[in-house]
Every structure is written in C-alpha cells, then in structure tokens.
Ligand binder design. Structure first.
Ligand SMILES: Cc1cc2nc3c(=O)[nH]c(=O)nc-3n(C[C@H](O)[C@H](O)[C@H](O)COP(=O)(O)OP(=O)(O)OC[C@H]3O[C@@H](n4cnc5c(N)ncnc54)[C@H](O)[C@@H]3O)c2cc1C
Length: 417
C-alpha cells in the first residue's frame, strides 16, 4: 500500500484507479480497490493544533479518533459524534460521514467539521467548509473517498465535565416497547442505543436492552486509566465460533442479567461508546470466512419492517451477535451521499456462510427497499446496483465532483462506472 507522497500528483504512465485508505474499519468494499491502488493515509498522523479554550482540533486525516480522545478528554472535550470504534481515522470518518448514538441530537460527524483541505489527483488543493467551496465540502463529506484526499481537517469538539457517562439501561420486552421507550429516551437523553436479542420470537420479537446515557458531571472525575489489558482473540479458528448455539446462550444471559426494568450505572466513556474496542481482533471469532454486516434505515412510517428484517434472519437460521437498533433524527443531510436519514436503523452481523448468507442479505435489501429505506454502503460488500439506486436515487449528483482517477470496488459494482 503506497503512501500518499509517492503517488500524488499522479504519474500519467499508470492508469490504475486510486482510492484513499484510512484504517480499513469499513465492513465492506468502499475502502477497497480491486485491481487499483489504495493510498495509505495513515502516514498523515500529526495533530496540528488544539485550542483547548474553544475545543477545536486540527489534525491530519490519518490521525485516529482515539488519539484525539487521548488529547482532548483529559482537557474536558470529547468527540461531538463518534462511531462504535475509536480506531478509525479522521479522514475515513469524514469520508463516510459517520453517525453515533446521538444522531437524534447532533446529526452526523460532518455537521461538526469546520473545514478541511482536499487534494485532487491533478495536484490541485482546495480548502472546503460550509462557507468556502461549499459544494465540494458537501460532496466530500460522505463522499467515500471519491472526490480526492482529505489532507487535514478541523473538528469542533463537545465540552464534557468528566470522563464518565451516566447510563440508564431499560429492559424492553418487545419491538413495540422498544419504539415507545426509544421515543421517550431520545427526548431525555443525548445518547441512545439498543442491543437486541435477535433470536427472540413471537411476543418477544425485538426484546433487548436500551442503553441511554448522558455525560457525567464533574464530580465523576477524569477517566482513570484502565488496569485491565484489552482481551484479544489469539488465533483464527477454522470455523465460526459465532453460531446459533453460542449466540443464543449469550443472548439469554445478556437479556437475563438485568432483573429490574431499569438500572443505572456510571461507566467510563470508553466502555459505553466502544464496547468492541475492549477485545482486539474480535473479528477472528467469525472464523476464516469472516463476517458480513447489514445496516438498514427504515422510515418511521414503515417501522414494522424492522420486525420483518428480524424474522427474515430467523427464517434463514442466521444468528447475529451484534444486533443494534437506533433511531436517526431529522437533522438535514450534511453530505450529499451521507447515509443517515430520519427513521430506525437496524444493524445485524452474521458469520459468512457463503451463498445462504448472500441470499439472506438480498432478502434484507428487498424488505428495506420495499419499506422505502436504504442500505448503508460502508457496511456492504455485495448490494446490487438496483438496491444502491433505491437507497441513493440522487447518486449521480456526485459525478461532477468525483476525481476522474479515483474509484473503488464498491463504486464500480454499484454504478457500473
Ligand atoms: C466495531 C465497529 C463499530 C462501528 N460503528 C459505527 C457507527 O456506530 N457508526 C458509523 O457511522 N460507522 C461505524 N463503523 C464504521 C466505521 O466507523 C466507518 O467505516 C469509518 O469510516 C472507517 O474509517 P477508517 O479510517 O477505518 O476508513 P476506511 O474504512 O479505510 O475508509 C473509509 C472510507 O474513507 C475513505 N477515506 C479514508 N481516508 C480518507 C482521506 N484521507 N481522504 C478521503 N477519503 C478517505 C476511503 O476511501 C473509504 O471510502 C464501525 C466500524 C467498526 C469496525
């Protein structure tokens, strides 16, 4: 994987397509470029400035969000929006316009980006912000790396008083109850997310734990360094350890562990926002064939389709370990190609069982599209051009901004371009 400086501006002798690469934490092929060149942006790894009074950080695009947290959290600032792992680059997070557990309050990450510099394959550079080169800003936020390389960006952080969050976990007994509690929780809490027992059926379909949280007040204190080393999955098993039996046992324990309807706890911000970061190489649990993820968003008016999605997975006898339900608010879309839109978003992940799994994913696409929803590109490695068209009917608006030398495996597959 060549570094940026050795590739741009391009040498005209080489016509292979280029694509920036962050930390490869996208689940699908938006960060892959079969037959082309991916440019490793992780060498852009310097934090350039931090204004601890205003909470504005300027960093090169290859800086990991974890590095920004390490710098800013002890000084009372946190990411305004964060995905479920902190091991993603700033550039990769902007290029996918990532969302977090506070979409209903804060929108996507792009809403908190002050400006960035974009480098094109012809060597030209542009400063982009909501006011300057606003059309390029809009195309690049969520633009999946297709408009050029983000060199650095300035991000507005969120003030916090401590390194902890006050979490309230509500046990929801069904999907209907989830929707009720989610509505009330979104009104009262900055962060909301639900873990769902995807194997529960009948009246219990959609049961789970809805975790709401607020940043804890100053008395909670700064984050104490954890004395626990992260767990690691030491080897790659030949087959998936994530099957109906193991996931069923986990689900029963996880759902059953909380006796009361509602339980409160003060937990470290890192534990609340990044549960999977506590286990390095967790993806190995899925064996050699790996895992696939499916994230859909369903408009509120068609929210019953969430139940259909869960039932389709059950019918295919596919168990999902990380099953997450979350609501998206109606914040205006910052990026032209940003995924979030008002509705309920369901994320499922499955051990890859080959054709059977592909058929299930196609069925999940079908249900999503029929409900007027959309499938998330950066969690996908196989959606059809028709599903993409239905999810982003306006995708051609990106074309005037696409760098003629840039492409991805995803882009070629869904646009035949
Ligand atoms: C455990 C886990 C939890 C997650 N939870 C969430 C979540 O809650 N919400 C959410 O939205 N996402 C979530 N994600 C997905 C992840 O946040 C995104 O896919 C993120 O964009 C990955 O960033 P990356 O640095 O690894 O970039 P990559 O995956 O390497 O690349 C992502 C895209 O960014 C482009 N890109 C990378 N660097 C640059 C650059 N410098 N300039 C221009 N384009 C660039 C690439 O071409 C590609 O299109 C999760 C992923 C994991 C593994």
């Amino acid at each position: 994987m060549p570094r940026l400086s050795s590739v741009l501006p391009v040498d005209d002798g080489d016509t292979r397509p280029l694509l920036p690469y962050g930390n490869g934490r996208s689940y699908g092929d938006t960060c892959l470029n079969d037959g082309g060149i991916v440019i490793d942006c992780r060498s852009l790894d310097r934090i350039l400035a931090f204004d601890a009074g205003a909470g504005i950080v300027r960093a090169e695009a290859g800086v990991l969000l974890s590095a920004i947290i390490d710098l800013a959290l002890p000084q009372g600032w946190f990411l305004p929006v964060t995905p479920g792992t902190r091991f993603v680059t700033l550039g990769g997070a902007i290029a996918n316009d990532v969302h977090g557990k506070n979409h209903h309050r804060a929108g996507t990450l792009g809403a908190h980006v002050e400006r960035f510099e974009l480098l094109r394959s012809d060597g030209s550079r542009r400063i982009c912000s909501p006011a300057e080169n606003a059309d390029w800003f809009r195309a690049t936020v969520g633009g999946m790396g297709l408009t050029g390389i983000i060199l650095w960006a300035e991000l507005r952080l969120r003030k916090v008083e401590s390194g902890y969050v006050d979490q309230s976990t509500v046990k929801v007994r069904s999907l209907a109850e989830y929707f009720e509690v989610a509505t009330e929780s979104d009104e009262r809490f900055e962060y909301t997310v639900a873990w769902i027992d995807n194997l529960a059926t009948g009246a219990s379909l959609g049961r789970g734990l809805l975790m709401r949280a607020e940043h804890a007040p100053a008395e909670a204190g700064p984050l104490r360094p954890s004395r626990m080393p992260p767990l690691t999955v030491p080897f790659l098993p030949p087959f998936s350890l994530m099957n109906r039996l193991s996931i069923g046992a986990f689900n029963a324990l996880n759902y059953g562990k909380q006796r009361k309807r509602e339980a409160a706890a003060r937990v470290s911000a890192l534990k609340y926002f990044y549960p999977l970061d506590g286990i390095t190489r967790w993806n190995r649990l899925y064996g050699r064939k790996g895992l696939v993820q499916h994230q859909s968003v369903i408009p509120f008016a068609a929210k019953e389709a969430v139940g259909e999605l869960l039932k389709a997975a059950q019918k295919a006898k596919a168990a999902s370990f990380v099953t997450v339900l979350k609501t998206f608010g109606d914040a205006p879309r910052v990026g032209l190609m940003s995924f979030p839109r008002a509705g309920v978003t369901l994320t499922l992940d499955f051990a890859n069982r080959g054709e059977k799994t592909m058929q299930l994913l196609a069925e999940l696409d079908r249900i999503t599209v029929a409900a007027g929803g959309a499938v998330n590109p950066y969690k996908d490695a196989r959606m059809s051009p028709a599903t993409y068209e239905a999810s982003f009917p306006w995708w051609r608006e990106l074309l005037p901004f696409k760098d003629p030398r840039f492409s991805s495996s995803f882009w070629r597959r869904v646009t035949a371009g």
